[in-house]
Structures are given as C-alpha cells and as structure tokens.
Write a protein that binds this ligand. Structure first.
Ligand SMILES: [Ca+2]
Ligand SMILES: [Ca+2]
Length: 153
C-alpha cells in the first residue's frame, strides 16, 4: 500500500497556468508583454515569487530561429498568482535606406523579467512555453509577427 504517496508532490490541484500576451499580432520590433497566471506557483502568500528562470521548470520564449530559455517572470504582488515579463523584439538584418548595409540591430539576450531582446524573422511567430509541472509539461501561446512598425536604427 502506498497510502499518502502523493502528499509530497507540490500543489498541482490547480495545474493550469494559462499564458497571455498583450496583443495577438506584433510588428517585428515590438515590445511583448507576457502574463502567466499560476495559482499553483503562488507558493507563499506573503512573498513575491519568480518562475521560469530555472532548469527544472523553464519558461522559453521563441521565434522561428531564436529563443530565450529559462526566462524569469516575477509575481506582480505577494499574493496575486500573476507573473509577468517583457521582451523587446529586435527584427532581422534589413537595409532600410538602400546603402547596402543593414540598419537594424538584431540581437538575442537576457534572462528576464524585463531585460530580454529577441531576434525575429520575416515569417515568424512568437511562442511561449512553461514547463510548469511534470504532469503538464507545456503550455504554449503563439502570436504572429508581421510588418515593421518602429524599425530600430
Ligand atoms: Ca506569492
Ligand atoms: Ca542601410
């Protein structure tokens, strides 16, 4: 008999951790604001907790050819269960003024919650995944990227 065998498993009674972004379509150089609601990761009602910045339960933010892994999200208040982060999209090499040299500065680095830069591609989308528990390894949200809105020069 293994009575009580599940007692040591963290709170997976509410295992659903939906992911939201502030828009459904982004330009190639937009800022993306991401929210994850996870009551199972509000492990202390009196502390602001961070999720995603760890190898066991990573949050990964991806475009087609680039990604930020173990990106940290921070709880908005001590007992909110709402975790947020931001990433600035940096586009791809592009000669805007026709002089033969790229005028954009694509780059990918940062570990969160607000210092991330992520390269994008012409036919790309942004995907966010959070391996928030072993029984529910993935939660993915995909958003289309199209057009230059504010090219970075
Ligand atoms: Ca908390
Ligand atoms: Ca140029």
């Amino acid at each position: 008999m293994l009575l009580g065998a599940y007692a040591d498993i963290p709170d997976y009674d509410k295992p659903y951790s939906p992911i939201f972004t502030d828009k459904s379509v982004y330009s190639w150089t937009d800022k993306v604001k991401i929210t994850i609601i996870s009551s199972s990761w509000n492990t202390d009602n009196h502390l602001i907790y961070s999720i995603g910045g760890d190898a066991d339960y990573p949050i990964k933010i991806s475009t087609r050819d680039h990604f930020l892994d173990q990106y940290k999200f921070t709880e908005t208040a001590v007992n909110s269960s709402i975790f947020t982060a931001e990433v600035i999209l940096t586009g791809f090499p592009h000669d805007v003024d026709g002089d033969g040299r790229s005028d954009t500065h694509p780059r990918t680095f940062g570990n969160g919650p607000t210092n991330g830069f992520l390269e994008t591609d012409r036919d790309s989308a942004i995907t966010i995944s959070f391996e928030f528990s072993e029984s529910n390894p993935d939660e993915i949200c995909s958003n289309k990227l199209e057009s230059w809105k504010n090219p970075i020069f």
